[in-house]
Write a protein that binds this ligand. Sequence first.
Ligand code: NDP
Length: 248
Amino acid sequence: MKANTDRNEDRTALVTGAGRGIGRAVAMDLSRRGIFVYINYRSGRETAQKTLEAILAENGEARLLQFDQTDQDACEQAVKEIVRERNRIDILVNNAGIRDDRLLAMMKKESWQRVIDTNLTGFFHVTKPVVKYMLKNRTGRIINITSAAGQTGNPGQVNYSASKAGLIGATKALAREVGNRGITVNAVAPGFIETDMIQGMDREEIAKTIPAGRLGKPGEVAALVSFLCSPKAAYVNGQVIGVNGGMI
Ligand code: NDP
């Protein structure tokens, strides 16, 4: 007996970086809508296992899928595995990302490269094999988790802002490439969300800069992602939608 009512689905989703933070909330929200979810993680197996257990506890269906999105071969193998097991892939949420902040004048090339490789080239590695299947099936939803930093730029985050602005450009271009094949590609741009990623930041000071007067919750990002994955969002394509408490 399924726990939730919204479960008349047969779709399959891949959520990258779904072991914790926003990715976990997205995986759980999609699962509550009856979608089979592949929970990708890079090295955090324990946290990914917790996401899996939380989904199974709600009678959802999911499976762990380890790969590092900076490794193109690993991404291609992982997508093949999904298609072999499920014979389909309907939803891709490109959520995995990192930051490595420093003022540009002090930034080592390594910090620049690591962030671009993960946040932007990782998108390419995962999305290319997925979009091939979606093109064949003439249906699909791709959601890219960008950032307010990619919209306005953020001091100390030139690398991160560049990667996230790049993701916005990629979203818009891909939306135009595949929009006539039943596939939508949109970007969700969170402001400050309570996850491990903002560890070490001064939450109280940040909250003062946000009209809502508080940071966001992972579930508030996940709710928008789920809407964009739903049939109701079929005519939303190539958009960048903020979840930022009015910050931008
Ligand atoms: P977290 O730091 O909590 O989680 C990041 C996730 O990304 C982890 O699951 C991690 O996996 C995964 N990951 C990192 N590198 C790789 C890789 N090479 N391959 C596969 N997975 C990887 O971050 P958030 O949940 O906060 O962030 C999720 C997304 O939202 C990111 O893209 C981030 O840039 C974006 N965002 C976050 C904001 C915030 O305020 N929190 C604001 C705006 C955007 P593992 O656990 O295995 O290490």
